[in-house]
Design a protein around this ligand. Structure first.
Ligand code: LLP
Length: 419
Protein backbone atom coordinates (compact mmCIF):
# COMPACT_ATOMS: atom_id res chain seq x y z
CA UNK A 1 0.00 0.00 0.00
CA UNK A 2 1.43 3.37 -0.99
CA UNK A 3 0.31 6.95 -1.36
CA UNK A 4 1.02 7.56 -5.03
CA UNK A 5 -2.30 7.74 -6.84
CA UNK A 6 -4.06 9.43 -9.74
CA UNK A 7 -6.65 12.11 -9.05
CA UNK A 8 -8.52 13.33 -12.09
CA UNK A 9 -5.84 11.66 -14.19
CA UNK A 10 -2.95 13.56 -12.57
CA UNK A 11 -0.42 11.72 -10.42
CA UNK A 12 -0.33 12.76 -6.79
CA UNK A 13 2.07 11.85 -4.02
CA UNK A 14 -0.09 12.08 -0.91
CA UNK A 15 -1.85 15.43 -1.44
CA UNK A 16 0.92 16.92 -3.58
CA UNK A 17 0.59 17.29 -7.34
CA UNK A 18 3.65 15.70 -8.98
CA UNK A 19 3.45 17.94 -12.06
CA UNK A 20 3.51 21.03 -9.87
CA UNK A 21 6.60 19.77 -8.03
CA UNK A 22 8.31 19.09 -11.37
CA UNK A 23 7.51 22.60 -12.54
CA UNK A 24 9.15 24.09 -9.48
CA UNK A 25 12.01 21.65 -8.85
CA UNK A 26 12.96 20.81 -12.45
CA UNK A 27 13.56 17.23 -13.63
CA UNK A 28 14.68 14.59 -13.06
CA UNK A 29 14.20 13.99 -9.34
CA UNK A 30 13.42 11.28 -6.81
CA UNK A 31 10.19 11.73 -4.91
CA UNK A 32 9.38 9.94 -1.66
CA UNK A 33 6.17 9.79 0.32
CA UNK A 34 6.65 10.32 4.04
CA UNK A 35 3.33 8.67 4.85
CA UNK A 36 4.25 5.59 2.84
CA UNK A 37 7.69 5.30 4.40
CA UNK A 38 6.27 5.52 7.91
CA UNK A 39 3.41 3.17 7.09
CA UNK A 40 5.74 0.52 5.65
CA UNK A 41 8.02 0.72 8.66
CA UNK A 42 5.12 0.45 11.08
CA UNK A 43 3.49 -2.45 9.26
CA UNK A 44 6.76 -4.38 9.22
CA UNK A 45 7.49 -3.77 12.89
CA UNK A 46 3.88 -4.44 13.97
CA UNK A 47 3.99 -7.80 12.19
CA UNK A 48 6.55 -8.93 14.78
CA UNK A 49 4.84 -7.28 17.75
CA UNK A 50 4.47 -10.57 19.63
CA UNK A 51 8.21 -11.29 19.71
CA UNK A 52 11.08 -9.10 20.92
CA UNK A 53 12.62 -7.58 17.84
CA UNK A 54 14.56 -4.68 16.35
CA UNK A 55 13.94 -3.45 12.83
CA UNK A 56 17.33 -2.36 11.50
CA UNK A 57 16.64 -0.57 8.23
CA UNK A 58 19.24 -1.47 5.62
CA UNK A 59 20.85 1.91 4.91
CA UNK A 60 22.21 0.90 1.50
CA UNK A 61 18.69 0.74 0.09
CA UNK A 62 18.07 4.46 0.63
CA UNK A 63 20.64 6.41 2.58
CA UNK A 64 19.29 9.94 2.84
CA UNK A 65 19.62 11.21 6.41
CA UNK A 66 16.09 12.66 6.43
CA UNK A 67 14.69 9.24 5.57
CA UNK A 68 16.87 7.53 8.18
CA UNK A 69 15.55 10.06 10.69
CA UNK A 70 11.96 8.98 9.95
CA UNK A 71 12.81 5.40 10.93
CA UNK A 72 14.93 6.47 13.90
CA UNK A 73 11.89 8.34 15.23
CA UNK A 74 9.88 5.14 14.89
CA UNK A 75 12.41 3.37 17.13
CA UNK A 76 14.25 1.75 14.25
CA UNK A 77 17.88 0.72 14.13
CA UNK A 78 20.11 0.31 11.09
CA UNK A 79 22.02 -2.33 9.18
CA UNK A 80 25.32 -0.79 8.10
CA UNK A 81 27.99 -1.81 5.62
CA UNK A 82 30.47 1.04 5.76
CA UNK A 83 31.89 3.86 7.83
CA UNK A 84 29.99 6.26 5.60
CA UNK A 85 26.70 4.61 6.46
CA UNK A 86 27.58 4.74 10.15
CA UNK A 87 28.27 8.47 9.81
CA UNK A 88 24.88 8.96 8.14
CA UNK A 89 23.06 6.93 10.79
CA UNK A 90 24.63 8.98 13.58
CA UNK A 91 23.67 12.22 11.82
CA UNK A 92 20.14 10.91 11.52
CA UNK A 93 20.04 10.24 15.26
CA UNK A 94 19.92 6.45 15.23
CA UNK A 95 20.60 4.86 18.61
CA UNK A 96 24.00 3.02 18.42
CA UNK A 97 22.62 0.19 20.52
CA UNK A 98 20.35 -0.54 17.55
CA UNK A 99 23.07 -0.69 14.91
CA UNK A 100 24.44 -3.84 13.30
CA UNK A 101 27.37 -3.82 10.93
CA UNK A 102 27.60 -6.39 8.10
CA UNK A 103 29.91 -6.65 5.08
CA UNK A 104 32.79 -8.85 3.97
CA UNK A 105 35.40 -6.10 3.82
CA UNK A 106 35.33 -3.95 6.94
CA UNK A 107 38.47 -1.82 7.18
CA UNK A 108 40.28 -1.20 10.47
CA UNK A 109 39.34 2.47 10.55
CA UNK A 110 35.70 1.52 10.01
CA UNK A 111 35.89 -1.10 12.76
CA UNK A 112 37.41 1.51 15.09
CA UNK A 113 34.66 3.99 14.31
CA UNK A 114 32.00 1.37 15.04
CA UNK A 115 33.73 0.36 18.28
CA UNK A 116 33.96 3.96 19.45
CA UNK A 117 30.31 4.45 18.56
CA UNK A 118 29.33 1.43 20.63
CA UNK A 119 27.21 -0.41 18.07
CA UNK A 120 25.20 -3.46 19.11
CA UNK A 121 27.13 -5.98 17.04
CA UNK A 122 29.35 -6.71 14.08
CA UNK A 123 28.08 -9.42 11.79
CA UNK A 124 31.47 -11.01 11.23
CA UNK A 125 32.12 -12.62 7.88
CA UNK A 126 35.53 -14.33 8.29
CA UNK A 127 38.05 -15.65 10.82
CA UNK A 128 40.49 -12.91 9.90
CA UNK A 129 37.87 -10.24 10.48
CA UNK A 130 37.11 -11.79 13.88
CA UNK A 131 40.77 -11.57 14.83
CA UNK A 132 41.00 -8.01 13.60
CA UNK A 133 37.96 -6.91 15.59
CA UNK A 134 39.40 -8.53 18.70
CA UNK A 135 42.72 -6.73 18.26
CA UNK A 136 41.12 -3.35 17.55
CA UNK A 137 38.77 -3.68 20.54
CA UNK A 138 41.75 -4.54 22.74
CA UNK A 139 43.59 -1.44 21.53
CA UNK A 140 40.61 0.77 22.25
CA UNK A 141 39.94 -0.88 25.62
CA UNK A 142 36.40 -1.94 24.75
CA UNK A 143 34.56 -5.18 24.09
CA UNK A 144 33.10 -5.75 20.64
CA UNK A 145 29.64 -7.23 20.35
CA UNK A 146 29.70 -9.83 17.60
CA UNK A 147 27.62 -12.34 15.76
CA UNK A 148 28.83 -14.47 12.91
CA UNK A 149 27.20 -14.07 9.55
CA UNK A 150 26.41 -17.62 8.64
CA UNK A 151 25.98 -18.67 5.05
CA UNK A 152 23.07 -21.11 5.38
CA UNK A 153 23.38 -22.34 1.78
CA UNK A 154 19.75 -21.86 0.78
CA UNK A 155 18.55 -20.77 -2.61
CA UNK A 156 16.55 -17.54 -2.33
CA UNK A 157 15.31 -18.05 -5.93
CA UNK A 158 16.05 -14.50 -6.97
CA UNK A 159 18.39 -12.76 -9.45
CA UNK A 160 21.91 -14.27 -9.30
CA UNK A 161 23.51 -10.88 -8.56
CA UNK A 162 21.40 -10.35 -5.46
CA UNK A 163 21.46 -13.86 -3.99
CA UNK A 164 23.86 -13.96 -1.09
CA UNK A 165 23.20 -17.03 1.03
CA UNK A 166 24.29 -19.77 -1.35
CA UNK A 167 27.43 -21.85 -1.16
CA UNK A 168 29.91 -20.12 -3.45
CA UNK A 169 28.72 -16.59 -2.62
CA UNK A 170 31.36 -14.40 -1.02
CA UNK A 171 29.19 -13.77 2.05
CA UNK A 172 29.38 -15.26 5.50
CA UNK A 173 30.91 -18.40 6.94
CA UNK A 174 29.41 -21.84 6.33
CA UNK A 175 27.60 -23.57 9.15
CA UNK A 176 30.35 -26.05 10.06
CA UNK A 177 33.13 -23.47 10.00
CA UNK A 178 31.01 -21.07 12.02
CA UNK A 179 30.89 -23.60 14.88
CA UNK A 180 34.68 -23.50 14.96
CA UNK A 181 34.67 -19.73 14.68
CA UNK A 182 32.26 -19.39 17.63
CA UNK A 183 34.47 -21.68 19.75
CA UNK A 184 37.42 -19.52 18.80
CA UNK A 185 35.50 -16.30 19.50
CA UNK A 186 34.49 -17.59 22.93
CA UNK A 187 38.18 -17.57 23.88
CA UNK A 188 38.91 -14.07 22.64
CA UNK A 189 39.27 -11.47 25.37
CA UNK A 190 37.82 -8.45 23.64
CA UNK A 191 34.78 -9.84 21.91
CA UNK A 192 31.40 -10.50 23.36
CA UNK A 193 29.32 -13.09 21.48
CA UNK A 194 25.81 -11.74 21.11
CA UNK A 195 24.16 -13.36 18.17
CA UNK A 196 23.95 -15.19 14.91
CA UNK A 197 23.08 -13.59 11.60
CA UNK A 198 22.35 -14.41 7.99
CA UNK A 199 21.07 -12.66 4.89
CA UNK A 200 20.07 -14.92 2.04
CA UNK A 201 19.42 -12.44 -0.75
CA UNK A 202 17.16 -9.70 -1.93
CA UNK A 203 13.78 -9.41 -3.69
CA UNK A 204 12.79 -12.81 -2.29
CA UNK A 205 9.15 -13.47 -3.12
CA UNK A 206 8.44 -16.60 -1.04
CA UNK A 207 8.66 -17.39 2.65
CA UNK A 208 10.19 -20.85 2.27
CA UNK A 209 13.84 -19.76 1.72
CA UNK A 210 13.67 -17.67 4.92
CA UNK A 211 12.23 -20.61 6.82
CA UNK A 212 14.94 -22.95 5.49
CA UNK A 213 17.63 -20.50 6.60
CA UNK A 214 15.97 -20.09 9.98
CA UNK A 215 15.95 -23.87 10.43
CA UNK A 216 19.70 -24.06 9.87
CA UNK A 217 20.36 -21.19 12.23
CA UNK A 218 18.13 -22.69 14.92
CA UNK A 219 20.12 -25.84 14.71
CA UNK A 220 23.37 -23.97 15.05
CA UNK A 221 22.07 -21.96 18.03
CA UNK A 222 21.04 -25.21 19.75
CA UNK A 223 24.50 -26.67 19.23
CA UNK A 224 26.17 -23.49 20.50
CA UNK A 225 23.98 -23.41 23.59
CA UNK A 226 24.84 -27.03 24.31
CA UNK A 227 28.45 -25.90 24.41
CA UNK A 228 27.62 -23.07 26.78
CA UNK A 229 27.84 -20.33 24.16
CA UNK A 230 24.93 -17.97 24.81
CA UNK A 231 23.12 -16.44 21.86
CA UNK A 232 20.77 -13.52 22.52
CA UNK A 233 20.11 -12.09 19.08
CA UNK A 234 19.01 -13.82 15.91
CA UNK A 235 19.48 -11.57 12.87
CA UNK A 236 17.60 -12.87 9.84
CA UNK A 237 18.78 -10.12 7.50
CA UNK A 238 16.58 -8.46 4.93
CA UNK A 239 15.43 -9.61 1.55
CA UNK A 240 11.64 -9.53 1.52
CA UNK A 241 10.56 -8.66 -2.03
CA UNK A 242 8.04 -6.17 -3.38
CA UNK A 243 5.72 -5.89 -6.38
CA UNK A 244 7.41 -4.15 -9.29
CA UNK A 245 5.32 -5.83 -11.94
CA UNK A 246 3.33 -8.99 -11.29
CA UNK A 247 5.32 -10.45 -8.39
CA UNK A 248 3.23 -11.58 -5.44
CA UNK A 249 5.59 -11.49 -2.45
CA UNK A 250 4.26 -12.38 0.97
CA UNK A 251 2.85 -9.47 2.95
CA UNK A 252 5.07 -8.63 5.95
CA UNK A 253 2.43 -10.13 8.24
CA UNK A 254 2.56 -13.43 6.35
CA UNK A 255 6.37 -13.39 6.40
CA UNK A 256 6.29 -12.65 10.13
CA UNK A 257 3.72 -15.37 10.86
CA UNK A 258 5.85 -17.98 9.10
CA UNK A 259 8.98 -16.90 10.98
CA UNK A 260 7.31 -16.68 14.37
CA UNK A 261 5.66 -20.08 13.92
CA UNK A 262 8.97 -21.64 12.93
CA UNK A 263 10.88 -20.23 15.86
CA UNK A 264 9.04 -21.21 19.00
CA UNK A 265 11.09 -21.31 22.20
CA UNK A 266 14.06 -19.63 20.60
CA UNK A 267 14.38 -17.16 23.42
CA UNK A 268 16.15 -14.60 21.24
CA UNK A 269 15.57 -11.02 20.24
CA UNK A 270 15.03 -10.98 16.50
CA UNK A 271 16.79 -8.52 14.28
CA UNK A 272 15.55 -7.81 10.77
CA UNK A 273 17.36 -5.78 8.14
CA UNK A 274 14.67 -4.82 5.63
CA UNK A 275 15.51 -2.34 2.91
CA UNK A 276 13.48 -2.71 -0.26
CA UNK A 277 10.18 -3.65 1.40
CA UNK A 278 10.22 -0.40 3.38
CA UNK A 279 11.37 2.09 0.75
CA UNK A 280 10.94 0.46 -2.69
CA UNK A 281 7.35 1.47 -3.30
CA UNK A 282 7.66 4.65 -1.27
CA UNK A 283 9.70 6.43 -3.94
CA UNK A 284 9.48 7.22 -7.64
CA UNK A 285 11.76 8.80 -10.20
CA UNK A 286 10.22 11.66 -12.17
CA UNK A 287 11.71 12.35 -15.57
CA UNK A 288 10.78 14.38 -18.65
CA UNK A 289 10.61 13.18 -22.23
CA UNK A 290 13.26 15.06 -24.21
CA UNK A 291 12.62 13.54 -27.62
CA UNK A 292 10.94 10.65 -29.33
CA UNK A 293 12.26 8.99 -32.45
CA UNK A 294 11.93 5.97 -34.65
CA UNK A 295 14.90 4.15 -36.17
CA UNK A 296 14.22 1.41 -38.69
CA UNK A 297 10.82 0.77 -37.24
CA UNK A 298 12.05 0.74 -33.65
CA UNK A 299 10.77 3.42 -31.31
CA UNK A 300 12.67 5.29 -28.66
CA UNK A 301 11.46 7.59 -25.92
CA UNK A 302 14.48 9.61 -24.79
CA UNK A 303 14.18 10.96 -21.26
CA UNK A 304 16.32 13.21 -19.09
CA UNK A 305 17.11 10.50 -16.50
CA UNK A 306 19.80 7.97 -17.32
CA UNK A 307 21.44 4.84 -15.98
CA UNK A 308 23.53 7.06 -13.73
CA UNK A 309 20.31 8.10 -11.97
CA UNK A 310 18.66 4.66 -11.87
CA UNK A 311 20.97 1.78 -12.76
CA UNK A 312 18.74 -1.17 -11.88
CA UNK A 313 17.31 -1.79 -15.38
CA UNK A 314 20.80 -1.71 -16.94
CA UNK A 315 22.46 -3.70 -14.21
CA UNK A 316 19.89 -6.38 -13.50
CA UNK A 317 17.38 -6.02 -16.32
CA UNK A 318 14.94 -4.93 -13.62
CA UNK A 319 11.39 -3.94 -14.45
CA UNK A 320 10.07 -0.56 -13.30
CA UNK A 321 6.58 0.47 -14.35
CA UNK A 322 6.72 3.74 -16.29
CA UNK A 323 3.59 5.84 -16.53
CA UNK A 324 2.73 9.35 -17.70
CA UNK A 325 2.28 11.79 -14.82
CA UNK A 326 -0.78 13.16 -16.64
CA UNK A 327 -2.98 10.45 -18.12
CA UNK A 328 -5.01 10.90 -21.30
CA UNK A 329 -6.48 8.80 -24.09
CA UNK A 330 -3.84 7.71 -26.59
CA UNK A 331 -2.59 4.71 -28.49
CA UNK A 332 -0.33 2.09 -26.93
CA UNK A 333 3.10 1.65 -28.47
CA UNK A 334 6.05 -0.66 -27.97
CA UNK A 335 9.17 1.34 -27.24
CA UNK A 336 12.49 1.51 -25.48
CA UNK A 337 12.76 4.23 -22.85
CA UNK A 338 16.36 5.41 -22.86
CA UNK A 339 18.50 8.02 -21.16
CA UNK A 340 21.10 10.49 -22.43
CA UNK A 341 24.17 8.42 -21.45
CA UNK A 342 26.57 7.26 -24.13
CA UNK A 343 26.03 3.53 -23.63
CA UNK A 344 23.62 1.16 -25.32
CA UNK A 345 22.98 -0.23 -21.85
CA UNK A 346 21.45 3.08 -20.80
CA UNK A 347 17.77 2.27 -20.69
CA UNK A 348 14.94 2.41 -18.20
CA UNK A 349 12.78 -0.01 -20.18
CA UNK A 350 13.18 -2.18 -23.27
CA UNK A 351 10.44 -3.23 -25.65
CA UNK A 352 7.88 -1.76 -23.29
CA UNK A 353 4.21 -1.55 -24.14
CA UNK A 354 3.11 1.86 -22.94
CA UNK A 355 1.08 4.93 -23.91
CA UNK A 356 2.53 6.94 -26.81
CA UNK A 357 4.02 9.76 -24.78
CA UNK A 358 5.21 12.94 -26.41
CA UNK A 359 8.09 15.31 -26.17
CA UNK A 360 7.90 17.44 -23.01
CA UNK A 361 5.69 15.06 -21.04
CA UNK A 362 6.52 13.91 -17.55
CA UNK A 363 6.97 10.24 -16.74
CA UNK A 364 6.93 8.52 -13.37
CA UNK A 365 9.28 5.58 -12.99
CA UNK A 366 7.58 3.65 -10.22
CA UNK A 367 9.02 1.57 -7.34
CA UNK A 368 12.32 3.44 -7.46
CA UNK A 369 12.74 4.16 -3.75
CA UNK A 370 15.11 1.26 -3.06
CA UNK A 371 18.57 1.13 -4.64
CA UNK A 372 17.63 4.11 -6.79
CA UNK A 373 19.32 7.25 -5.59
CA UNK A 374 21.69 5.25 -3.39
CA UNK A 375 23.21 3.56 -6.46
CA UNK A 376 23.30 6.69 -8.59
CA UNK A 377 26.54 8.15 -9.88
CA UNK A 378 28.02 11.09 -11.73
CA UNK A 379 28.81 9.08 -14.85
CA UNK A 380 29.00 11.24 -17.97
CA UNK A 381 29.56 14.13 -15.55
CA UNK A 382 25.90 14.39 -14.78
CA UNK A 383 25.15 16.15 -11.50
CA UNK A 384 23.21 13.87 -9.18
CA UNK A 385 19.53 14.67 -9.03
CA UNK A 386 17.58 15.93 -6.01
CA UNK A 387 15.64 13.86 -3.53
CA UNK A 388 12.32 15.35 -2.50
CA UNK A 389 10.12 14.24 0.37
CA UNK A 390 6.38 14.86 0.39
CA UNK A 391 4.41 15.14 3.58
CA UNK A 392 0.69 15.70 3.06
CA UNK A 393 0.46 18.56 0.55
CA UNK A 394 3.95 19.98 1.14
CA UNK A 395 7.29 18.97 -0.29
CA UNK A 396 10.81 19.31 1.01
CA UNK A 397 14.13 19.03 -0.84
CA UNK A 398 16.05 16.53 1.29
CA UNK A 399 19.03 16.51 -1.06
CA UNK A 400 19.78 19.36 -3.41
CA UNK A 401 20.40 18.91 -7.09
CA UNK A 402 24.16 18.90 -7.61
CA UNK A 403 25.72 21.59 -9.79
CA UNK A 404 28.83 21.64 -12.00
CA UNK A 405 30.96 22.87 -9.10
CA UNK A 406 29.95 19.79 -7.12
CA UNK A 407 31.20 17.66 -10.01
CA UNK A 408 34.79 18.87 -9.73
CA UNK A 409 34.87 19.35 -5.96
CA UNK A 410 38.02 17.74 -4.62
CA UNK A 411 39.75 17.60 -7.97
CA UNK A 412 43.11 19.30 -8.32
CA UNK A 413 45.34 20.10 -11.24
CA UNK A 414 48.94 19.41 -10.13
CA UNK A 415 51.52 22.17 -10.49
CA UNK A 416 53.39 20.49 -13.31
CA UNK A 417 50.30 20.87 -15.47
CA UNK A 418 50.04 24.57 -14.65
CA UNK A 419 53.35 25.62 -16.14
N1 LLP B 1 21.16 -7.01 4.97
C1 LLP B 1 22.24 -7.28 4.24
C2 LLP B 1 23.41 -7.87 4.88
C3 LLP B 1 22.24 -7.01 2.86
O1 LLP B 1 23.31 -7.29 2.13
C4 LLP B 1 21.09 -6.44 2.26
C5 LLP B 1 21.07 -6.13 0.83
C6 LLP B 1 19.98 -6.14 3.08
C7 LLP B 1 20.04 -6.46 4.44
C8 LLP B 1 18.73 -5.52 2.57
O2 LLP B 1 18.09 -6.32 1.65
P1 LLP B 1 16.62 -5.94 1.11
O3 LLP B 1 15.67 -6.03 2.26
O4 LLP B 1 16.69 -4.56 0.56
O5 LLP B 1 16.37 -6.95 0.08
N2 LLP B 1 21.08 -3.39 -5.55
C9 LLP B 1 20.21 -4.53 -5.61
C10 LLP B 1 19.96 -5.12 -4.23
C11 LLP B 1 21.23 -5.49 -3.51
C12 LLP B 1 20.97 -5.95 -2.10
C13 LLP B 1 22.21 -6.01 -1.32
N3 LLP B 1 22.04 -6.38 0.05
C14 LLP B 1 18.92 -4.13 -6.30
O6 LLP B 1 18.81 -2.99 -6.73
O7 LLP B 1 18.04 -4.97 -6.47
Amino acid sequence: MNYFQYRNRALFCEEADVEQIAREAGTPFYLYSHRTLRHHFRVFSAAFAEVPHIVCFSVKACSNTAILRIFAREGGGVDLVSGGELYRALKAGVDPSRMVYSGVGKREDEIDLALRTGILMFNVESFQELETINVRAGKLGVRAGIGLRVNPDVDPETHAHISTGLKGNKFGINVEASLLAYRYAAKLKHVDIKGVSCHIGSQVTKTSPFIDALGRLKDLIRRLREEGIAIHYLDLGGGLGITYDRETPPHPSEYARAIIDASSEMDCTFIFEPGRVIVGNAGILVTRVLYTKENDGKRFVIVDAGMNDLVRPSLYGSFHLIQPVIQREREEITTDVVGPICESGDFLAKGRQMPAVERGELLAVMSAGAYGFSMSSNYNSRPRIPEILVRDDRWYVIRKRENFEDLVRGEEIPDFLNT
